[in-house]
Design a binder for this molecule. Structure first.
Ligand code: NAI
Length: 253
């Protein structure tokens, strides 16, 4: 444990898998008390237990980030358990269906926007109320390179991620003077359950996705977690409203 975040409380949504899980473990390793919010109860509980086994404090709170009541309750439970909230990584997200714009369904649009965009707004809304009272904090929202460039077949996903960047910039301006720094991260293609679902075990697809990355490989969840921690740390004390691209060179090609 390196103790950079000792006595700090960090909340990570979508913390039961992939990038969120790596972020939870990185915050715990850095000495933070961790709140894991996710819809995956078994996985979330297991991660919380594995952290508690190492004598760190962690709690899993089952939460659907698209539901107002559940998000309000998540923040209330966080405060009642730890009395403060210093860092939040609003990471929960889904890829949705893969279909061209004219062929995609309204249900898909509503669900992707509800989780990926409204979910982040809802979480920020309640996190910010606490952080303003605390007198400071740091928030990192999970955007994507898909918020910067188009991906065929993913119109709702791309729109949601573009929205996350815009929302992050606006909220960052609004709360900078409260000592709250709000930034976003835009990962390239990262090897997680989400990407495994898209590749579907097809070696040809795997090769195609890898070829999209100039660095010659897919990213690792830990490579995103490190950036989230840095953005939440005092090392990033002058970084505000930044959509940080971590993508193996994807968007500059
Ligand atoms: P993942 O599927 O491994 O993890 C997503 C987590 O979010 C899961 O634990 C899932 O249960 C949770 N989740 C989904 N809907 C939820 C809801 N309504 N309420 C609470 N939790 C919910 O996927 P991954 O890759 O770790 O994705 C994490 C974030 O990173 C997402 O926002 C994704 O869009 C973003 N991202 C991922 C990239 C990749 O290549 N894997 C690239 C760029 C961004």
């Amino acid at each position: 444990m390196n103790n950079t975040f000792r006595d700090k409380v960090a909340l990570i949504t979508g913390g039961a898998s992939g990038i969120g899980k790596a972020t939870v473990l990185a915050f715990a390793e850095a000495g933070a008390k961790v709140v894991i919010a996710d819809v995956l109860e078994k996985e979330g509980e297991e991660i919380a237990r594995s952290i508690q086994d190492k004598a760190n404090e962690a709690v899993f709170i089952k939460t659907d980030v698209s539901d107002t009541t559940q998000v309000r309750s998540l923040i209330e439970k966080t405060i009642s358990r730890f009395q403060r909230l210093d860092c939040a990584c609003n990471n929960a997200g889904i890829e949705g269906e893969n279909a061209l714009t004219a062929e995609s369904s309204e249900e898909n649009w509503d669900r992707v926007i509800a989780i990926n965009l409204k979910g982040i707004w809802l979480c920020m809304k309640h996190e910010l109320q606490v952080m303003v009272k605390n007198g400071g904090g740091a928030i990192v929202n999970m955007a994507s390179v898909a918020g910067l460039v188009g991906f065929q077949g993913l119109s709702a996903y791309c729109a949601s991620k573009g929205g996350v960047i815009s929302l992050t910039q606006t909220a960052a301006l609004e709360y900078a003077q409260h000592g709250i720094r709000i930034n976003a991260v835009c990962p390239g293609i990262i090897r997680t359950a989400m990407v495994d679902r898209v590749i579907g075990g097809d070696p040809k697809k795997e090769e195609q996705y890898t070829a999209l990355e100039p660095i010659g490989r897919l990213g690792k969840p830990e490579e995103i977690a490190k950036a989230v921690l840095w953005l939440c740390s005092d090392e990033a004390s002058f970084v505000v409203g930044h959509p940080m691209v971590i993508d193996g060179g994807f968007v500059v090609q």
